[in-house]
Ligand binder design. Structure first.
Ligand code: HEM
Ligand code: CU
Length: 531
């Protein structure tokens, strides 16, 4: 029998060999399983909401049920899917391989992070069936409503607290791993840019997440003991909550997007057959994004009550944080320029990522400008914008990376022809679903409404039809993931001709990753140089 981390025998058997494993590859796959299960639940809820919105008038969902649906959808997609997303799954699996290490620095802490994640998820889901019923506050848990509603907010925020602990520990683990466990010769500037992006992300995970964790605990304390931190009736300040919430939740969007950008940066040189353009600019722009990302949270609160000066400063800083993102897009395009581009499925997803992320990012600038912000605040324009960034951006990059690393993780190739078909369906479905929301929002359609005026009908109808197209693509993609586990062709160690270290070991790798720890003598993208 082949020697790889699937066949290796540890202390435990069966499912215990997984849920008690300290192998970063097994933990990465545990996360992958759990995260994608929750993703499918989130998609189901999204489709349900879209179905209710197919035409004006109430159909099968009450106003209260709609409130709980968008809350759940938001909490699941943000805290259970896209924030842990790439780092916990592909990051866990690939980081040690990419830097030539045998595991992460703290393998048991890594396992504990997964347990925190799964406990948090269970607690969040338990809140649906206990106490005063499913929370109805929106994923932002804004006070004073969240301290007054009778629904089960306390349990849900406690679940999110546990998820925060998980994310913080993962960040700590990755930081230590990158500092301490690089293979001989793997200097900082020979590190793959995916590893760099995880490094920048890990600082945000470590430094920003405790803020949301504590803020959420304050909600529980406030609900249980009525201390009055936030409740204006008791002299508290609801705006304080918004500040604390966004001091984490804006940097959190970089926890979502930085690893996505990192994965894209690793994929482009392989499929363009040239070295990356501007390696250092990309590495440092990740750090710049992570740092600047801390200073822009006020752009979520332009209509909440702030001095004009602070609003102008936050607006300016928001424009500044777009610069390093623009640097990256420029570098990606420059890397492809005059390359011999191969349009395999990972590259197709990368190209759609660049398009969708740019649309999401550029509409973000419209919201960063004070005047247009007032117009679009709280409308479907925002809903369109963040789906483009989080789903079209981080989500599509996640899909790209899964197609890219699938052979390494599972030792099989996916069906490439099918992949191209559903890539196209996903791209069309995505834009049909979300583009009309920009228009609806611009016309004044407010978000988080279960019903609307007849004048918005056309946009909503198109959007709902788009959701069905997108769902078809998602089903086909999962069919391919699952079918290829058994039926896919056997993967060679390096099917795409990649130059980073994970491709130098077998597919799937042995438990200790490398038979012999590699000695690194050159950079990670030694393809044809730029003239
Ligand atoms: C088939 C896929 C999806 C569909 C059909 C869908 C649909 C929707 C709909 C209808 C809303 C509610 C709009 C409103 O009433 O304000 C919504 C909100 C939201 N969605 Fe999605 N969505 C999908 C995937 C995603 C993904 C992948 C993410 C994140 C990565 C995401 C994140 C969110 C968030 C954060 C909200 C806001 C919730 C709130 O207002 O509290 N969605 N989505
Ligand atoms: Cu923000």
């Amino acid at each position: 029998m082949e020697n790889n981390f699937y066949t290796a025998l540890g202390k435990y058997r069966g499912i215990f060999a997984w849920i008690f494993s300290t192998d970063h590859k097994r933990i990465g796959l545990l996360y992958l399983m759990s995260i994608f299960s929750f993703f499918l639940v989130g998609v189901g809820i999204g489709l349900t909401m879209r179905f209710e919105l197919i035409a004006p008038g109430t159909h099968f969902i009450t106003a209260q049920a709609y409130n709980t649906l968008f809350t759940l959808h938001g909490v699941i997609m943000i805290f259970l899917f896209i924030i842990p997303g790439i780092p916990a799954t592909l990051g866990n699996f690939m980081l040690p391989l990419q830097i030539g290490a045998r595991d992460v620095a703290f393998p048991r802490l890594n396992l504990m992070s997964w347990w925190f994640y799964i406990s948090g998820a269970v607690v969040v889901l338990t809140s649906l069936f206990t106490g005063g019923g499913p929370p109805d506050t929106g994923w932002t848990f804004y006070v004073p409503y969240s301290i007054r509603t009778g629904t089960n907010v306390s349990l849900a925020v406690f679940g999110v607290f546990l998820l925060g602990v998980s994310s913080t520990l993962t960040g700590l683990n990755f930081l230590t791993t990158i500092h301490r466990l690089r293979a001989p010769g793997m200097t900082w500037f020979r590190m793959p840019l995916f590893a760099w992006s995880l490094y920048a992300t890990a600082w945000v995970q470590l430094l920003a997440t405790p803020i949301i964790a504590l803020t959420l605990l304050l909600i529980i304390v406030e609900r249980a003991f009525g201390v009055g931190f936030f409740d204006p009736a008791k002299g508290g300040d609801p705006i304080l909550f918004e500040h604390l919430f966004w001091i984490y939740s804006h940097p959190a969007v970089y926890i979502m997007i930085l690893p996505a950008m990192g994965a894209v940066t690793d994929i482009i040189p392989v499929f363009a057959r040239r070295t990356i353009f501007g390696y250092k600019a990309i590495a440092f722009s990740s750090i710049a994004i992570a740092l600047l990302g801390y200073l822009v949270w006020g752009h979520h609160m332009f209509t909440s009550g702030m001095s004009d000066t602070s609003r102008m400063v936050f607006s300016l800083l928001t424009f500044l944080v777009a610069v390093p993102s623009g640097v990256k897009v420029f570098n990606w395009v420059a890397s492809m320029y005059k390359g011999s581009i191969q349009l395999d499925s990972p590259m197709l997803f990368v190209l759609s990522f660049i398009f969708l992320f740019s649309l999401g990012g550029l509409t973000g600038l419209l919201q960063g400008a004070l005047a247009t912000n007032i117009q679009v605040h709280g409308t479907y324009f925002i809903v369109a914008h963040f789906h483009y960034v989080m789903f079209g951006g981080a989500g599509f990059a996640f899909f790209a990376a899964l197609h890219y690393w699938y052979p390494k993780m599972f030792g099989r190739m996916m069906n490439e022809k099918l992949a191209r078909i559903y890539w196209f369906i996903l791209f069309i479905g995505f834009n049909t679903l979300y583009f009309p929301m920009f228009v609806l929002g611009w016309q004044g359609m407010p978000r988080r409404y279960y019903d609307y005026l007849p004048k918005y009908h056309t946009g909503h109808l198109i959007s709902t039809i788009g959701s069905w197209i997108l769902a078809t693509g998602i089903l086909l993609m999962f069919y391919n993931f699952i079918r290829s586990l058994r039926k896919g062709e056997k993967a060679p160690p390096n099917p795409w001709g990649g130059a980073t270290l994970e491709w130098q070991t077998s597919s799937p790798p042995p438990t200790e990753n490398f038979v012999k720890i590699p000695v690194v003598t050159k950079g990670p993208y030694s393809f044809r140089e730029h003239a």
